[in-house]
Ligand binder design. Structure first.
Ligand SMILES: [Zn+2]
Length: 338
């Protein structure tokens, strides 16, 4: 009899639980994706058509790498094998677009602040401390507010003006243009920060751009500079692997602008077209159909880290890289750019 009552009690508990559970809309929504839902979109708008039985793996940290001035056609020409390997294992576009003016500081501001120049207003391209910082909530602001450790390693001092000092736990630069001999290399600086631990790191290689201004875009000298930068990338990837940090790191490798002759900054497609490569947890292998814009970098990083995307951002996550449908609210580039 005792067992009978026990059975009745168990049945009541089970029935009660069933009565209180809402009917699942789609019972195979992967729970791991819940933290990846951007706060500006409801789950029904984004996830239901994309449900798969495989949960998205967790992104533990993000590394954004910018090869200054890198045209998509330079990747093969310079035999950047480490970047090519990330492309083959991830998703990529070779027709992503930067902003106008296609210059280093304005473009990196759009990449990392997530907005067009009309909003971040950093249209100057020298280190001008009295101008302050690019306006708006950037990806470092978001990450810092969430308690993440942020690192910014730059090959040009002017990139300090992309984000405020309080938004980066570490900011370091090695600027070959300031005529001061630096005692540390960019990759050594980055490796030291990997050793300390990071959640979001931005790493900028200036060498290809400097060679382009000196010897021309796609010149033998510029391609050699990109080849050497790619070897530095390989070294950094090896350090991540040796510390078991590689598999749960999301990488975005891109550029700020292309170039033609020995300059850039114009609305020529050679100046505006940049590579955009993403590799890491949850990223599917494909050449992207989405038209990627440089502002989408921040939004994709925020999405992957589960950070709230500011409504004023002009970029949006490139959902296609995670096998999700394209955001129907996606608007595209900035006024004045293709
Ligand atoms: Zn540049």
């Amino acid at each position: 009899m005792r067992y009978f009552y026990l059975l009745i009690i168990l049945c009541l508990i089970a029935c009660g639980q069933n009565a209180s559970l809402p009917t699942p809309i789609v019972d195979s929504i992967p729970t791991a994706t819940a933290s990846l839902i951007p706060p500006t979109l409801s789950p029904t708008e984004t996830l239901i058509p994309a449900v798969t039985s495989t949960p998205l793996p967790t992104v533990k940290r993000v590394m954004i790498i910018s090869f200054d001035g890198l045209r998509p056609d330079a990747i093969q020409a310079a035999e950047m094998t480490n970047l090519l390997s990330l492309m083959q294992n991830g998703a990529y576009s070779l027709t992503a677009q930067t902003i106008l003016p296609s210059l280093t500081l304005p473009a990196h501001s759009s990449m990392l602040v997530g907005t067009c120049p009309a909003k971040h207003i950093a249209r100057w391209n020298e280190y001008v401390p009295e101008n302050g910082y690019a306006l708006g909530t950037d990806i470092f602001d978001l990450a810092k507010a969430a308690g993440l450790r942020t690192v910014f390693v730059a090959g040009k001092e002017k990139l300090r003006q992309v984000t405020e000092p309080q938004s980066t736990d570490f900011f370091g630069f090695v600027d070959a243009t300031d005529k001061i001999e630096d005692k540390i290399s960019l990759e050594t600086m980055a490796i030291e920060e990997i050793r300390k631990g990071f959640d979001l790191m931005f790493l900028h290689f200036p060498d290809g751009d400097l060679a382009g201004h000196k010897d021309g875009w796609m010149s033998r000298q510029q391609l050699l500079a990109y080849l050497l930068d790619d070897k530095s990338l390989g070294l950094i990837l090896d350090v991540l692997k040796s510390r078991n940090l590689y598999d749960d790191t999301l990488f975005i490798i891109t550029s700020d602008h292309g170039g033609h002759d020995s300059t850039h900054g114009t609305d020529l497609l050679e100046d505006l077209t940049i590579p955009w490569v993403i590799s890491g947890p949850g990223v599917i292998q494909k050449q992207l159909e989405t038209q990627v814009h440089i502002m989408d970098t921040s939004a994709t990083v925020a999405f992957a880290l589960g950070l709230p995307i500011p409504p004023e951002w002009d970029g949006s996550p490139v959902y296609e890289v995670f096998g999700l449908p394209v955001d129907p609210l996606r608007t595209g580039g900035c006024t004045g750019t293709p």
